[in-house]
Design a protein around this ligand. Structure first.
Ligand code: SF4
Length: 469
């Protein structure tokens, strides 16, 4: 009975703290719900450290909790609720210190934005402005309010096409040797005979065809824990190197795309090189539409929208690897920290091109468009990590174009040449031979090869499927 009263007193005290004045939190709306309160509207009194993290370290990962913040910032993991509260304070102090460091990158631009957000009532506005001033800023260096990220995004350049990929084969022994190197690069020195055999067998798919119209097809099955990803990345990366082409890997889920990307770090340990060599491709409805962002920011400047959330999303856009809002480096928690109307949230639902409204070359941001940049980056990559929906719809479009006697686009032409090499391996017997039609979104899907439910890969002048788990 006494224990129940103590718990009720503590909950009342926590509620009083949350609503009674300035308070530090990590994820304001989640904290409110735990206290049985409505998610709070933005207020200078509710200082969400996650927002400060998004401002100071845009496009960097941290889990949305005091522990996540502590670990993301290299602080000791808090083991009690009291330690969590202390760590939250330390996290905020550390982030402001980082902002105040003279070497903090892009400080003029950050300063212009912090001033704007301070005027807009951002809880961290004044602290961020003071921190940046401590590190030294020339106050009139950056024109404007810092909100016009669309004018500062890098643009893609027209480049000569890469040319036809070669047709040098990859033999089993080379695949095994490459796999050993990849395992060493990953810090794994154990040799697993089954994984080595898998890589050696997968090499068959990368050998040139003997007969036109009869691609190399390999069906392989291996259980969880075999190490299939490195098993097929070994021959695929060798093929790309020897033939100056792109090996396409297609998988079923976005999480698997990211996993394969992470594992490709064994092939290209230098992150800058990996960004060029390995490109993730998804449907366009996953990427930030810069025109949508501009529209929403301008509406918010007139009082119709969440200017603070949009400004933080804009800061992410400048630093993002590829503008991917669903599973990329966009902090998924950002739109949900405060009670903001769904139509005004700075999240994927409002900022990606979901309704097919893209105006392509007529768009003023066409040359800074993330979708266009990703398509062009994949033309120069060694490894393109795609998903079944994208690969199959691309092939379907190409088939439709061919049927109408129209020219194929360069990318699908490469896939079509694929017929020279074609492989399929699957980790588990496919329960459904192709991704569900709903995954193909607005475009028609098509059946090509015997892609398993979980994975498919294609190789440059080739198109093959390899599983991923
Ligand atoms: S080209 Fe299309 S997707 Fe890209 S920014 Fe413009 S409208 Fe958005």
């Amino acid at each position: 009975m006494r224990r129940g009263r103590r718990a009720a007193d503590r909950a009342g005290a926590a509620e009083g703290l949350f609503t009674g004045g300035r308070v530090l939190v990590a994820h304001a709306s989640l904290t409110a719900r735990r206290l049985g309160l409505q998610p709070p509207a933005r207020s200078p009194d509710v200082m969400d450290v996650l927002e400060l993290f998004a401002f100071v370290r845009p496009a960097r990962f941290c889990a949305p909790s005091p522990t996540g913040l502590a670990l993301g910032l290299g602080l000791a993991e808090p083991k009690s609720v009291e330690a969590q509260a202390e760590r939250l304070h330390e996290a905020a102090t550390l982030l402001l210190k980082e902002l105040a460091a003279p070497a903090y990158p892009g400080r003029e631009e950050a300063y212009a934005l912090a001033l704007t957000l301070e005027r807009a009532g951002w809880a961290w506005g004044a602290a961020a402005v003071r921190a940046l001033e401590r590190g030294g800023v020339r106050q009139r260096q950056h024109r404007g309010a810092g909100l016009d990220v669309w004018s500062r995004l890098t643009e893609w350049e027209d480049e000569a096409p890469r040319g036809e990929a070669g047709s040098a084969p990859v033999d089993s022994e080379s695949a095994r040797i490459r796999l050993d190197k990849l395992l060493q690069a990953s810090g794994l020195d154990e040799t697993r005979p089954t994984q080595s055999d898998y890589a050696a067998e997968a090499a068959f798919a990368f050998s040139p065809r003997n007969e036109e119209g009869r691609p190399r097809v390999l069906l392989a099955e291996a259980g969880t824990g075999t190490g299939k990803t490195l098993g097929y990345l070994a021959p695929a990366s060798l093929w790309a190197e020897r033939n100056q082409g792109a090996a396409w890997v297609s998988t079923y889920t976005r999480a698997l795309q990211r996993q394969i990307d992470r594992e490709s770090g064994a092939v290209w340990p230098d992150p800058a090189e990996r960004r060029k060599k390995a490109v993730i491709r998804k449907g366009r409805e996953n990427y930030l539409c810069v025109l949508n962002l501009q529209d929403m920011v301008q509406a918010a400047q007139l009082g119709n929208g969440d200017l603070i959330g949009l400004a933080l999303a804009g800061r992410w856009a400048i630093h993002s690897r590829d503008g991917d809002m669903t599973g990329g480096d966009f902090p998924g928690w950002l739109p949900s920290l405060f009670a903001v109307a769904p139509s005004q949230q700075a999240g994927p639902a409002n900022l990606v091109d979901r309704r097919g409204e893209c105006v392509h070359a007529a768009c003023p941001h066409y040359r800074a468009c993330f979708v266009e940049k990703t398509i062009r980056a994949s033309r120069k990559a060694d490894l393109v990590i795609a998903n079944h929906a994208l690969v199959l719809t691309q092939a379907a479009f190409d088939g439709a174009r061919s049927a109408r006697g129209q020219k194929q686009d360069g990318e699908t032409a490469a896939l079509k040449r694929s017929s020279s090499t074609r492989a399929t391996t699957c980790s588990t017997p496919p329960t459904a031979p192709f991704p569900p039609a709903s995954r193909a979104r607005r475009r028609p899907s098509c059946a090509a090869g015997s892609a398993g439910r979980k994975g498919a890969a294609a190789a440059g002048a080739a198109w093959s499927s390899v599983s991923a788990t």
